[in-house]
Ligand binder design. Structure first.
Ligand code: NAP
Length: 223
């Protein structure tokens, strides 16, 4: 089954953290934020994990650039923990799909639908991420997805072979602890993880951040 092209975009500290131990995550400079919004404007859907909505309450709309349309917002929330007053629910500038599992409380599913968001039940215990991407492709015509974290969702997508491109902005900060760009069980050595090919490196316009792009080499070649 075809699925969309998936781009993971993150900003990290030099020690690979995308948030501090207290959840602080404002790492990008204004140039990097604008770059992120340019990517938002170029995709059909933006995907985030539940904790990112809970911690950051993003609107997930392209605001610093002109966009042809606002991409669909997709929240992966296995137990339906995001608050009903989250921006992705309240703000109606883009459609929102919340993807959850049979573990979600029924009354909250109904309340979210009443508030105008779509809720997809896609798994018993964990959300079937490949299934979500295939459904977005098939039913919504989604061809490009931007993933904006957090670390757990990034890890699951990479582990499942569902990420095609990684754009990481390394910012001049040190956290020493906190949420890593990838949060999972980990690989024992360098051979188990995905093979990556460096696509580009550029110094940010601010002069103090580096933007690195890798493509994931899939078994059947780079898509
Ligand atoms: N600097 C940056 O670029 C950047 C970008 C985004 C986020 N952040 C930061 O990252 C932090 C959040 O990252 P995080 O790793 O804690 O969380 P996350 O990846 O945003 O969300 C993880 C949660 O999403 C749900 N989830 C993910 N995949 C799932 C699946 N396959 N099936 C079911 N549920 C799934 C799970 O909820 P359940 O446990 O309920 O099942 C999981 O606990 C925040 O502090 C945020 O500020 C930073």
């Amino acid at each position: 089954m075809p699925r969309p092209y998936v781009i993971i975009v993150s900003a990290s500290s030099i020690d690979g953290r995308i948030a501090s131990k207290t959840g602080y995550s404002r790492l990008s400079c204004p140039f990097d934020l604008k770059r992120l919004h340019e990517v938002r404007a170029s995709v059909d859907a933006i995907m985030v994990g539940a904790n990112t909505v809970i911690m950051d309450n993003p609107s997930l709309t392209p605001r610093y650039v002109k966009a042809p349309k606002n991409p669909i917002r997709v929240v992966i929330d296995g137990r339906l923990r995001i608050p009903l007053n989250a921006n992705v629910v309240v703000n109606k500038e883009a459609p929102t799909v919340i993807v959850t599992t049979n573990k979600a409380p029924r009354d909250k599913v109904e309340e979210l639908i009443r508030r105008g968001v779509e809720v997809w039940l896609m798994g018993e215990d964990r959300v079937d991420l490949r299934g979500v991407l295939e459904r977005l492709y098939e039913e919504r015509g989604v061809r490009r997805v931007l993933v904006e974290g957090g670390g757990h969702l990034n890890w699951e997508l990479i582990k499942e072979g569902l990420a095609d491109e990684i754009r990481l902005t390394v910012t001049p900060y040190v956290f020493g602890a906190g949420t890593s760009f990838l949060e999972g069980n980990g690989y024992p050595t360098t051979t188990e993880g995905p093979r990556l090919r460096l696509e580009g490196v550029r110094v940010c316009e601010c002069g103090n951040e580096v933007v690195i792009t890798w493509r994931v080499i899939h078994d059947q070649g780079i898509p």
